[in-house]
Design a protein around this ligand. Structure first.
Ligand code: SAH
Length: 243
């Protein structure tokens, strides 16, 4: 582990033996002004594809710089094939959901517009940057894609064959919280509703779909952000990479 530098940085460039990585102004500012690194210092780089590489500072400038990769320090560790679908809520809570989804190991994050969703738009770029930061911070080598806002009815209409959908249904409050009865599937998604919950029409439709597994999250109604973390935990423990 001592080979793994503490400072981690996501870069959108290929990584490999001897590979040169040119830094943007922001990255150079972070490494050389904020973190005060000098030439020769080590930085851990990842790009979501090639694992984590130790790179050494070859050139440190005010407006840029250059690193050279020298060894693989961790292989790419992709999360299980799990999507988190959630209805965007207030900004800080939406940010929290994205951050926790990365830490908890979601492969894709899909904000969905439901009948009772207030938000009509999201800042996809801001949420994606948030996902990158969360991966930098939690030692992850994978960055899930954050999709643009999509309508739930359309997502359900185009549902990929074989994928299961775990529907966190607040109407099941008090029922046993378990995924023990989930059938085998080719990948999964979790669906969390907005503050106002799901409409009766949505609930009826979801319950009628063959790929849906309804899930209770225990005896209390959770806020959507809490519900997302709780459902991800249950999934990882039962069907995912904690199991
Ligand atoms: N306003 C709604 C609750 C919405 S909670 C009501 O009072 O009924 C936000 C979302 O979190 C829900 O849509 C659901 O997806 C999830 N959730 C919260 N508590 C839950 C529980 N006990 N069981 C299953 N899902 C839950």
């Amino acid at each position: 582990m001592s080979d793994r530098p503490k400072i981690r940085l996501y870069v959108d460039q290929p990584l490999g033996p001897g590979q040169t990585v040119d830094l943007s102004r922001d990255q150079a500012n972070y490494l050389f002004n904020v973190m005060r690194l000098d030439a020769g210092a080590g930085v851990a780089l990842f790009n979501g594809r090639d694992g984590e590489w130790r790179a050494l500072v070859a050139e440190a400038g005010k407006r840029g710089g250059r690193l050279i990769c020298d060894m693989l320090t961790a292989p790419l560790m992709a999360p299980p094939d799990l999507w988190l679908m959630f209805a965007p809520i207030k900004k800080a809570r939406t940010d929290f959901i994205v951050e926790k989804a990365v830490e908890m190991g979601a492969a894709r994050i899909i904000p969905v517009q439901t009948d009772f969703t207030n938000a009509e738009r999201i800042r996809q770029d801001r949420l994606q940057a948030h996902a990158v930061e969360a991966a930098e911070q939690c030692g992850g080598t994978f960055v899930p894609e954050v999709c643009d806002l999509q309508r739930l009815d359309r997502v359900l209409a185009d549902w990929p064959k074989g994928r299961g959908l775990i529907f966190a249904d607040e109407a099941l409050v008090g029922a046993e919280a378990s995924l023990a009865a989930a059938p085998p599937r080719d990948g999964w998604a979790i669906l969390i509703g907005p503050e106002g919950g799901f409409s009766e029409a949505e609930r009826a439709r979801l319950r009628g779909l063959p790929f849906v597994t309804p899930l209770s999250l225990g005896p209390r109604i959770l806020r959507a952000d809490t519900a997302a973390v709780a459902a991800l935990t249950l999934f990882q423990a039962r069907l995912g990479d904690w199991a």
